[in-house]
Design a protein around this ligand. Structure first.
Ligand code: PMP
Length: 361
């Protein structure tokens, strides 16, 4: 049998592993930070009607500039953003890939604060960009001083700030984002994939865009919007930065079906986001209950919780899987990560993990 090693693959890809969250059909899947609530049926019907209309025109290429979608996304984001300040692609992973294709590449470096979203280093390696994983403060927090000192030391071409951070859930203060944006000579991307789950009063990095042409803010419809299967991510920034992304995208990268579906979802954003408060409540419940059991949940501004105090993470992961509950082993010692699901899913998780509680009631 031919193995990867037998092929003339790029040297810098040799020995690397693909992104690999386990995909398993289980009753309670809380491992990839999806919104576990299905989209409302009335919205689904409208999306179907829009996709059906788009199908009749599939003999033609889609709008390469996805103008209607950019207009709808600008309207959703607010902050006075214009459609020419918006970019979109098949998931924010592709948006971030476009950023690294345009502003990273051979001889250039991207910097993030580890542990952080595992795709950053994979996207860097795929685009031939060097990856620098700079350290965080205690409990995975990131102060302006720590962040700025890494940016000054390495002077990267791209900084990736994950706000809140995956896999730790850690919120990132606007002060740190502003300090990095002002200290960096390169592009600064704030990945706000989970922004809608942040606590009330959290101000988006979108508010920092005016006067900062090298600052980009990415979002996704995969999480709060409950639209992961449709693959729609987007970004806001200066029109000149958006023009740079146009140089590296494939023509017609957003299919007419994707554009139609996303427009349908955005037309009902209130209903699509209706479960966000409930998910936040389940996240708080997880944090409170895990702490009560003696685990060490970290501060989270997202729809998931990282918790320490687990003696044997793999054994706990496997025992839960045995009961049909899939959570995430992320390779941090003594820690596991769980997504806030529906109330019933969260209950199933809490009941199953109670057996492994460091503190027994
Ligand atoms: N950024 C972060 C921090 C994420 O956790 C994820 C998904 N796990 C993404 C980006 C990518 O999401 P998508 O490609 O579905 O938009």
């Amino acid at each position: 049998m031919t193995s990867l090693d037998d092929l003339p693959i790029r040297d810098d890809l040799r020995g690397k592993s693909p992104y690999g969250a386990p995909q398993q059909a289980v009753p309670v899947a809380l491992n990839v930070n999806e919104n576990t609530h299905p989209i409302p049926e009335a919205v689904a019907h409208d999306i179907v009607a829009r996709v059906a209309a788009a199908i009749l025109g599939l003999n033609r290429y889609p709008d390469r500039e996805f103008t209607e979608l950019r207009t709808a996304l600008a309207g959703y984001l607010g902050h006075g953003l214009a459609p020419e300040q918006i970019w979109a692609a098949n998931g924010s992973n592709e948006v971030l890939q476009h950023v690294l294709q345009a502003f990273g590449g051979p001889g250039r470096a991207a910097l993030g604060f580890a542990p952080t979203y595992s795709m950053y280093s994979l996207l860097a390696s795929g685009t031939g960009t060097a990856w620098i994983g700079a350290p965080r403060d205690a409990d995975y927090e990131l102060s302006p001083e720590t962040a700025v000192s890494a940016v000054r030391e390495h002077d990267p071409d791209v900084v990736l700030l994950c706000a809140p951070n995956n896999p730790t859930g850690t919120p990132l203060s606007l002060e740190t984002i502003e300090a990095v944006a002002d200290a960096a000579n390169g592009i600064v991307v704030v990945d706000e994939a989970y922004h809608e789950f942040a606590d009330e009063g959290t101000v988006s990095a979108l508010s920092l865009l005016p006067g900062r042409p090298r600052l980009l803010v990415s979002r996704t419809m995969s999480k709060a919007f409950a639209f992961a299967g449709a693959r729609v991510g987007y970004l806001a920034g200066d029109p000149a930065a958006i023009d740079a992304l146009r140089l590296v995208r494939l023509p017609y990268h957003l299919s007419a079906l994707t554009q139609a579906a996303a427009l349908g979802a955005l037309a009902h954003s209130g209903q699509m986001l209706a479960m966000v408060d409930e998910i936040r409540a389940q996240r708080e419940r997880i944090t409170t209950e895990l702490a009560r059991m003696g685990f060490r949940p970290y501060r989270s501004g997202s729809n998931f919780v990282l918790f320490g105090g687990v003696d044997d993470p793999h054994a706990v992961f496997a025992a839960l899987l045995e009961r049909g509950i899939l959570i995430r082993e992320i390779g941090l010692p003594g820690s596991l990560r769980v997504t806030a699901g529906t109330e019933a899913e969260t209950t199933a998780f809490l009941e199953a993990i109670a057996v492994f509680a460091p503190v027994h009631a």
